[in-house]
Design a binder for this molecule. Sequence first.
Ligand SMILES: Nc1ncnc2c1ncn2[C@@H]1O[C@H](COP(=O)(O)OP(=O)(O)OC[C@H]2O[C@@H]([n+]3cccc(C(=O)O)c3)[C@H](O)[C@@H]2O)[C@@H](O)[C@H]1O
Ligand SMILES: Nc1ncnc2c1ncn2[C@@H]1O[C@H](COP(=O)(O)OP(=O)(O)OP(=O)(O)O)[C@@H](O)[C@H]1O
Ligand SMILES: NC(=O)CC[C@H](N)C(=O)O
Length: 708
Amino acid sequence: MTRKCTLATSQLNQWSLDYDGNRERIVEAIKTAKEGNATLVLTPELCIPGYGLLDHWLENDVYANSWDVAAEIITHPECQEIIVDLGLPIQHRGCSYNARLIALNGEILAIRPKLDLCNDGNFREMRYFTPWPRGRVEDYALPEVILELPKKQRTCRIGEVAFEALDASFASETCEELWTPNSPHSLYSLAGIEIVLNSSGSHHELRKLDTRVNLMLEATAKTGGVYMYSNQRGCDGDRLYYDGCSMIMNSGKILAQGSQFSLLDVEVQLATVDLDEIWAWRTSRSRGMQANDPSVQKLERIQIDFWLCKKGISLDPQARITQPKEARYHVPEEEIALGPACWLWDYLRRSRASGYLVPLSGGIDSCATATIVYSMCRLVVAAVEAQNKAVVADAQRLCGGKDPRSMTAEVFCQNIFHTVFMGTKAASSKETRTRAKELAEAIGSYHIDDNIDEMVQALHTVVKRNLTFEPKFKVHGGSQTENLALQNFQSRSRMVLAYALGQLLPLSRGGQGGLLVLGSANVDECLRGYLTKYDNSSADINPIGGISKTDLKRFIKWAGTNFNLPILQQFLDAVPTAELEPITDSYVQSDEADMGFTYDELSVFGRLRKAYKLGTVGMFERLVVEWSGHKTPYEVYQKVRNFMYYYATNRHKMTTMTPGLYLETYTPDDNRYDLRPFLYPRFTFEHRKIENMLKKMEEGEAGLNGAA
Ligand SMILES: Nc1ncnc2c1ncn2[C@@H]1O[C@H](COP(=O)(O)OP(=O)(O)OC[C@H]2O[C@@H]([n+]3cccc(C(=O)O)c3)[C@H](O)[C@@H]2O)[C@@H](O)[C@H]1O
Ligand SMILES: Nc1ncnc2c1ncn2[C@@H]1O[C@H](COP(=O)(O)OP(=O)(O)OP(=O)(O)O)[C@@H](O)[C@H]1O
Ligand SMILES: NC(=O)CC[C@H](N)C(=O)O
């Protein structure tokens, strides 16, 4: 016996509140699924209005508009004779729900609201939606826009239901429900459901995909059955990149996997499965005993008068069962090269700006930002070659009407990307200036190499005439305060110049519009606050704001080889320096010496604070053991104490950080992710506690020594 059916899942580049665009992408996915002979198609979570609406979810309009679009889709002539599973928000008896709408031939089969809402990290679903209680099912009064359709349908069922077509069964579990200990797919498997549909709004985080894939593999390996996963993709208007990677699995094996990073707006994955194969996974008596549980038997089933297995397909030699394949993962370096590049492309085309500008210092961070923009140019040129019509149209607009089809990545880069070195005679070295210039030449950016001494001098003159003294650098006998202030004269002047150039460069090059200024502060220097507030770390958006320095260096090394940019090695070899203090025979400023921490140490602190949720004392207790090989307990205390000092002193800088793409679990972004105060006490209570511990440790050691 065989019951063969073809199923489709999709990944769509939805944009929050872009109802027309979102509808077009959904319809295109359904058309593609039908062309592939699929009888069921899955779309991403909340895909009608988009996933990342945040406080727009509180607006009545969003619910009404979503119904309008749902009505258009389910009655669209290209969307018939296929079961469509759509995502939209639903209001019901005074509550709002994140829901799935399952429809066929213009009729709504049922609404399945999300049971477990996602509320950690960047997710705030509990702010907008109510979780639906397990097992509850009732009638839902459909809105007028549905009543007016040819079917004149007035009600449908709403709740935790399963669906039984004439020859196969399926049920939904939405995104987070897979990530919880008590996932509904176990119940559905015990209830004999053959296909589980998971629609998600899941964003990219470095090294996260394998967690997602393992959860699904584990789910289907244990329970047997088909698992389908659909996810949003792209930048939908926020600092997240949704990374697609839709999947179809059968009983612990992957049959189809969509791309994780691409400029395609619509991608559909198809797989032909034999539903009878599932039987072999479900013959154990232990499973049978669990299936007797009354909660399993209570699951309400919606009957559908439709064959999921098309007539004749089972014996059709052309309709082959899709063969399993290995999961495909990118190494983290490649994830950095591709994820932020795709996010930058969506941002550029959707903002309708004329290009990007990076203040390029000759250091690692701005070099990484520039290399990511170059990676974006490579993706654009590849998509143009592959005749991606949307990319061709956007690229043509960005190049002032020039045909992008014959352009190399470097030529495209020359059109849209601008890099600026802004040195000072006293503090900038020839090496950093040359590195910046050579990188610009290698990637093709429109490069400006200039000095800002006049700006800094003008500021100096105006400031001096309002003071009772002339501020000096430390190397010239000035105090620490003067030294910092003079550094900031330079760094803040750069920000002013970057914006001025961003506004006027396109016009000066014969084009129009303005450039978006990119920032280059990384996670670790944000944690320590080693940056000047409102200098070039303030920009419009920051593609590396969520990446650690260690990962950035690995990325630069990878890009040197994979993008054939040998110049990148020079950036890795250079000692990181802010170049804000005058260089003398005996002094060159260095980041790690200035900060009092290595970047690796900052990364450890970042993870302990955010991922392991440890406070001052907790970090000490952890590190006193972990670092015991190379640091005394007192040295560990000093490190923790200093870290918390700088963290507390500089936390205010996080409130004004440039929106950075979120990528790392310990991102300190105060605006959306790491919500904490920014006026801190001096942790005297914690210091006392640790000092008591140190005393006890010393006494303990003395005791031991005594015994020995
Ligand atoms: N509690 C509080 N709440 C709100 N705002 C507060 C505040 N405390 C100070 N402020 C404000 O912040 C200002 C101090 O911050 P800020 O002006 O940034 O200056 P500050 O943090 O004092 O100095 C900048 C630091 O970053 C280093 N730096 C600069 C440039 C590049 C790099 C690099 O990454 O390579 C490093 C530089 O060497 C120095 O150590 C104060 O003047 C005050 O206006
Ligand atoms: N001489 C310069 N010319 C142009 N831009 C500069 C210059 N110095 C600094 N910047 C810009 O200011 C940002 C912040 O400066 P900072 O010295 O803190 O650099 P950083 O974060 O260590 O980055 P990098 O590794 O790129 O130097 C840099 O990322 C860069 O974009
Ligand atoms: N939208 C969601 O429910 C997200 C769930 C899950 N934690 C994820 O990152 O994929």
